[in-house]
Structure formats: C-alpha cells, structure tokens
Design a protein around this ligand. Structure first.
Ligand SMILES: Nc1ncnc2c1ncn2[C@@H]1O[C@H](COP(=O)(O)OP(=O)(O)O)[C@@H](O)[C@H]1O
Ligand SMILES: [Mg+2]
Length: 227
C-alpha cells in the first residue's frame, strides 16, 4: 500500500548540514499498524512528515498504491485531504470547538450536508467511546479523551493512511494503552493503515510490526521490549 525507497533528507542550518535520513526503505501493507521506533533524533518525525506529504523536499521515492507521491504542494493537498489522517503528540484540537465540531472539521470542504457531517462525526466519536462527551470542549476533557477526539478527527473521512507522531507521549500509561488499543481496533475494522512514531517500546510491542530507526538508518537490531 505504501512503499518508500532510498529516502534521504538533510536539514541545512546556515552552513551546517544535519543528515536526518541516510537512505531508508520500507513497505507497509494495507491495514497494518506499524510502529516507527528509535531514540529521540533518530529521524522518526522526519520520515513521518515525508510519508504524510507534509514535507516534499527529500531525495528518494514514495509510492501509495503504486502511484508516486506528488512533489508539488498543490497536488499533495488534495491527496492529503482525502487519503491521509494525522494524530500528534499534543492533540492539536481547536479549543473553541466542541468534540463533535472538532471531528467534523476535516469534512468542511466535503460536499455533504451539515446533517450528514454531524452524523459521521458522531458515529466515529461513539466508536472511540466518547458518546457522552460530544458537546464538550477540549478543556473539559482529559488528555486521553482529547487524544480520542483527535483519533476520531483523523478517521472521520475514512483515510487510507493515518500518520501518528508520538501519540501517547503526553499520556499516562493507562491512557496510552487505551489509545493504542483504539487505534488498533479501528484500524483493523476500517482497513486503515497506521504508521506510529514512538520511543516507547511498550507501545511499539502492541503494534503489528515495527521499523527501527537509528541515526537516520533502519536498524535490524531487535528492540528490548522490557528496557
Ligand atoms: N527543522 C530542522 N532543522 C534542522 N535540523 C532538524 C530539523 N528537524 C529535525 N532536525 C534534526 O534531524 C534529526 C532527526 O530529527 P527528527 O526527525 O525530529 O527525529 P525524531 O522524531 O526521531 O526525534 C535530528 O538530528 C534533528 O536535530
Ligand atoms: Mg519526533
């Protein structure tokens, strides 16, 4: 479903060049939940930004369903809106909107009636267990609940692929577990592929598979799950 070949990325800071990715390859199957592991600074966010079409300035090739990724921002926007969803460490909900409004927001440009948009948002919020919180603003929700809203928002338009960058890093371990289980259950149910960056081995161990990044390269070293 998603494959990437020899991805390289340098950041330039004045005269300094930071090598973030040194040539990475991978293949991710439809409906798979893959953990992208590695210590801080290993290149996880850099790779996720490329796979999420947020960064188009890289070397190498990415294919989604056999089609090359666009290299122009204008083309990427349309694909991103239809086929991709995002979950971030800090939830990134809109504070003045209720849970249901936040979730319906990605459907704004969709040619659906307001009623249908609301129904879709409600359905997915029920799936993440927030049926009693539809009209709550983020400030009245716990971190775990906010992240559930963010997952619902990422899934409301039924994307092929969801990119999640450290989605449990701001949560206690109990909430983190719930979040992983929700992503796994919904991903498998809806056939959505998840690529999740994490430096938490407990979280990675619950994914279908992991890719281990070290210093911008894929490492075949096994992760010590109890570390
Ligand atoms: N915008 C940037 N400008 C310069 N260097 C960056 C930038 N973003 C990331 N880097 C560097 O690239 C490397 C990989 O970073 P990143 O992809 O954020 O790693 P991770 O998400 O695994 O912590 C690090 O050395 C980091 O300092
Ligand atoms: Mg990161």
């Amino acid at each position: 479903m998603l494959s990437f070949l020899n991805i390289k990325k340098d950041y330039r800071l004045g005269t300094q060049v930071v090598k973030a990715l040194g040539g990475v390859d991978g293949e991710i199957l439809s409906g798979e939940m893959v953990a992208l592991c590695g210590p801080s600074g290993s290149g996880k966010s850099t790779l996720l930004n490329i796979l999420g079409m947020l960064d188009m300035n890289y070397q190498g090739n990415v294919f989604i369903d056999g089609k090359p990724f666009p290299r122009k921002a204008s083309e990427a926007t349309a694909i991103r809106r239809n086929s991709l969803g995002f979950v971030f460490q800090r939830f990134n909900l809109i504070p003045v909107m209720t849970a249901i409004e936040n979730v319906a927001y990605p459907l704004t440009l969709n040619k659906l009636s307001a009623k249908t948009k609301k129904e879709k948002a409600e359905q997915i919020l029920i799936k993440v267990g927030l049926e009693d919180f539809l009209d709550y603003r983020p400030e009245r929700l716990s971190g775990g609940q906010q992240q559930r809203v963010a997952i619902a928002r990422a899934l409301v338009h039924q994307p092929r692929l969801v990119i999640a960058d450290e989605p449990t890093a701001s949560l206690d371990s109990h909430s983190a577990n719930t979040i992983i289980q929700i992503m796994k259950t919904l991903g498998h149910e809806m056939g959505t592929t998840f690529v999740i960056a994490t430096h938490d081995s407990r979280m990675a161990s619950q994914c279908d598979r992991y890719i281990n990044l070290i210093d911008g390269l894929i490492s075949s070293e096994e992760i010590k799950w109890n570390a």
